[in-house]
Design a protein around this ligand. Structure first.
Ligand code: HEC
Length: 165
């Protein structure tokens, strides 16, 4: 009887909501733009660091990855499940990734790929996307090198599509 009551009082959603509130109250740490990316993306740093990843130049302005890396990224995109929810030029379950490197920084894109749940909780841009798409992008447990390759793939896609215009 007692156990049933507990189960009723603490459904998973409530626990999650409380966790979000707790994280939201965390003290803000200042850390400079791109620097945070590698730390946050690799080391699982404090949640507040995810809030500033979209500050700085857009990815398309700084990206010069090699063709081989872009091809590796394309393979990951198709084999890791990204293409189930994303395409270039149309919305699927998730946002249209056309132009994503003009909209976001490199740090933000890598943060979204490696820690989508932290990004939705702590970053206002990611949270706004979540509000529109009403789906939480899953954490596919990729390595930082994978995120880098995917980012390079997106940069190459955006370069190709701007060449066409
Ligand atoms: C189950 C569907 C799903 C899968 C699988 C998925 N995503 Fe997402 N993705 C989303 C949704 C939904 C969002 C918007 C943020 C949110 O609601 O979590 C998003 C957001 C993004 C964004 C930001 C888009 C923008 O406009 O800023 C990028 C980049 C991205 N995903 C890349 C990836 C990559 C790379 C993979 C594979 C490793 C992947 N996604 C797998 C659903 C998905």
């Amino acid at each position: 009887m007692n156990r049933n009551l507990q189960g009723a009082l603490l459904p998973g959603a409530l626990v999650l909501a409380l966790a979000v509130v707790a994280v939201g109250c965390g003290e803000r740490k200042d850390a400079g733009g791109g620097q945070v990316a590698s730390t946050a993306a690799t080391a699982g740093s404090p949640a507040a660091e995810f809030a500033h990843l979209n500050e700085g130049p857009r990815a398309a302005e700084s990206g010069h990855g090699a063709d081989a890396e872009a091809s590796a990224g394309e393979v990951l995109f198709k084999t890791k499940g990204c293409s189930a929810c994303h395409a270039f030029g149309r919305r699927v379950t998730g946002p249209d990734l056309n132009g994503v490197t003009h909209r976001r920084t490199e740090a933000w894109i890598q943060g979204q790929i490696l820690h989508p749940e932290e990004m939705v909780k702590n970053d206002s841009t990611s949270h706004a996307l979540f509000a529109v798409y009403a789906v939480q992008m899953p954490n596919l447990h990729l390595l930082p090198g994978d995120a880098r390759a995917l980012l390079t793939y997106f940069e190459h896609q955006d370069r190709k599509s701007s060449d066409k215009h």
